[in-house]
Design a protein around this ligand. Structure first.
Ligand SMILES: Nc1ncnc2c1ncn2[C@@H]1O[C@H](COP(=O)(O)OP(=O)(O)OP(=O)(O)O)[C@@H](O)[C@H]1O
Length: 282
C-alpha cells in the first residue's frame, strides 16, 4: 500500500522516556551499541529515546523487539498512560495536527483518548473494568465520548460484540466469567467503540493459546480491512508482526535499530539484531 507523505495521521518526533536522573552523557552512553539502556554514570534507565515516525491513515505499523526494548513505553506515552521525558506528537484529527498532543492539558488528553484513540492491552484487566458487564464496558467508553441515549448505546454495544464474535446474550455478564480470548474480544470492542482513527495494540495475543491467538489476529485483520483504522501493533513476536503490519520498527535497548516495510525487513534484514529476530522465525 502506498501512502501520501503529506497525509500523515500521527507524527511523532524524538519521543524519549528516561527514568531516574540522567546527565548530559546518558543518551550517548546507552543503546544497542552498548548493549544496555542503563547509564553507567547515573544508573538512569533510557526506556526509549529518539523515536520518530509518521503513521498514515489506515496504515498498520509494528514495533518489534525483545522484552525491555522499550516498545510498550512508546505506545503508553502516545496514549497518555506515561509522561514523556522529551519529544512531541501531533494527531491530524485533533486541531488539524497543529497542537503537540503531549503538551495538552489532562482534560484535552482525556478528550483525545476517548474520541480519537483506542487501546488494547496485553492484560484485559488493564483495559476493562471487571466490575462492569461486557456491554457496560463498551457503554462506559461511549458515555465518556458524550453519548447519552441508552437505546443507542445498547444497540452499538450489541453490534460491536457481534462484530467481534462475542455471544451477544453474554452482554450482561462480567468479563471475569469469560475465557481469555473472549476478554480480548471485549477489550477490542471497547477500544473501537467510538470509531477511532487510531488503535494501539500492546502484545494483545501474548498469553493466549495458539489457536485462540490465531482467531484474535484474524479478527484484528478483518477489523482493519473493514474499518480502515490505523494501528500501532506492539509485539515481541515477529509472526504477529508479519501477519498484521505494513511497516515495522525494530527496537533494541530503547532505540530503533531498523525500520521499513515489513516484507522487506523480513526478506532482507540489515541490522544484526533484525537478522537474529528473522532467523528465529525460520
Ligand atoms: N517505572 C519504571 N522505572 C524504571 N524503569 C522502567 C520502568 N518502567 C519500565 N522501565 C524500563 O524501561 C525499559 C523499557 O520497558 P518497556 O516495558 O517499554 O519494554 P517492552 O519492550 O515493552 O518490554 P515488555 O514487552 O517486557 O514490556 C525496560 O528496561 C524497563 O525495565
Amino acid at each position: 500500500m502506498a501512502f501520501n507523505q503529506d497525509n500523515w495521521l500521527l507524527r511523532v518526533r524524538n519521543l524519549t522516556k528516561i527514568y531516574g536522573e540522567p546527565n548530559e552523557r546518558t543518551l550517548a552512553q546507552t543503546g544497542p551499541e552498548f548493549g544496555s539502556n542503563i547509564c553507567p554514570e547515573t544508573e538512569s534507565i533510557v526506556a526509549c529515546a529518539d523515536i520518530s515516525f509518521d503513521l498514515y491513515p489506515g496504515e498498520v505499523l509494528g514495533i518489534v523487539g525483545e522484552s525491555g526494548s522499550g516498545k510498550s513505553t512508546v505506545v503508553k506515552m502516545l496514549y497518555f498512560d506515561l509522561e514523556k521525558t522529551f519529544g512531541a506528537a501531533w494527531l491530524k484529527p485533533y486541531n488539524d495536527g497543529l497542537s503537540d498532543i503531549l503538551q495538552e492539558s489532562n482534560q484535552r488528553k482525556r478528550y483525545i483518548r476517548n474520541n480519537l484513540m483506542g487501546m488494547v492491552y496485553q492484560n484485559p484487566r488493564d483495559g476493562l473494568n471487571f466490575g462492569f458487564s461486557s456491554g457496560g464496558n463498551i457503554a462506559e467508553k461511549l458515555i465518556m465520548a458524550g453519548q447519552m441515549n441508552v437505546g443507542n448505546i445498547r444497540a452499538r454495544a450489541s453490534d460491536l460484540l457481534n462484530k467481534t464474535e462475542v455471544p451477544v446474550q453474554r452482554m450482561d455478564n462480567r468479563p471475569g466469567t469469560f475465557s481469555g480470548g473472549m476478554q480480548q474480544r471485549v477489550q477490542i470492542s471497547k477500544a473501537i467503540a467510538n470509531n477511532p482513527p487510531l488503535l494501539f495494540l500492546d502484545e494483545v495475543t501474548t498469553g493466549l493459546d495458539v489457536s485462540v491467538q490465531a482467531k484474535v489476529l484474524d479478527l484484528i485483520r478483518e477489523l482493519q480491512t473493514d474499518l480502515g483504522i490505523a494501528m500501532i501493533v506492539v509485539s515481541h513476536d515477529l509472526s504477529v508482526i508479519r501477519m498484521l503490519t505494513d511497516r515495522v520498527m525494530v527496537m533494541k535497548n530503547g532505540r530503533i535499530v531498523e525500520s521499513g516495510l515489513t516484507d522487506q525487513i523480513l526478506q532482507d534484514p540489515q541490522h544484526e539484531y533484525s537478522q537474529l529476530l528473522v532467523s528465529s522465525l525460520l
